[in-house]
Design a protein around this ligand. Sequence first.
Ligand SMILES: *Cc1c(COP(=O)(O)O)cnc(C)c1O
Length: 363
Amino acid sequence: MRPYLLLTPGPLTTSETVKEAMMSDWCTWDEEYNVGIVQRIRQELVQLAASRPDDYTAVLMQGSGTFCVEAALGTAVRPEDHLLIAANGAYGQRMGVIADYYHLKHTVLSFSETQPVDPEAVDRHLSEHPEVTHVAVVHCETTTGVLNPLERIARVVKRHGKVLIVDAMSSFGGVPLDMSALDIDFLISSANKCIQGVPGFGFVIARRSQLERCKGVARSLSLDLYDQWQVMEKGHGKWRFTSPTHVVRAFMQALHELQAEGGIAARHRRYCENHRVLVDGMRALGFRTLLPDEQQSPVITSFYYPADTFDFKAFYQGLKAKGFVIYPGKISQADTFRIGNIGDVHPADFVRLIQAVKELQAQ
Ligand SMILES: *Cc1c(COP(=O)(O)O)cnc(C)c1O
């Protein structure tokens, strides 16, 4: 069932048991599905995200991760509000595009793609612009793999008394984070990233008191996060429209497997070890990373092309033939490619990957 390992951060390599969980059909209005699966998933997500889970609620939403980012921004930011987006990559910039589509009052505070978001620059901006009501930031910018200093950013945003929205799409479940300690209001992620499920839905973990204030704000019916929440609460796990039942069942299995691994801390250790084997091995073969180690997440790593004559397509095809699929780069400033460390992939897989790269170099 695995022609190759996906070393791409979503969709990613899933376990056989996660795939097998999709082998039966589920009825969306039966309690076994609603109460037994959907409600348990919502509860577990909140417990994974926050040390004071009672303050928070989880809403699941059909679609890819971007649908959830759009649902969160479109439901939380009112016409009279002003959204500040601190962006250092494609996913931060995409939030700006969403804000454009929704005609939200907003400002994009842009940073270089090879630099983390600077909390002091956010602080200065907020001091000079009291009209800002909400701040949105990406935790791990998957564009490059940079890990933004979320704790310091959150402290600044909260000192200014703003609502904080975090795109933790590629980090939640794989990098420890406590919404309660950081006072985060909305956190967004999806099924096919560090929880290691398959694609088909995303979720928003929201502070109840904030979400309660969002009635009637959404400008999109299907992406109305408030209404989706209300129906899930009142219907005990019911989705408003057809839910991706097989994907949800696989996600439940993925959550069990996260727990069996030892939770987020243990998964984070495995990803860090994957990353270490990858980077040490690639450096020994002459490759250089785009980012310095202290800015690098264990989620995905960008490498420079080793030479101007480097043929990425041939490299990609060569690795694919040896059982590994990697990612092209996503920045314009430099020629890079990316290798993901998340999913049901282990240090031994990266040892084999390095061996495969070595063989390609020798050809
Ligand atoms: C994967 C990802 C998204 C969502 O992408 P989709 O293709 O819509 O699933 C958003 N933000 C970040 C940081 C991501 O890594």
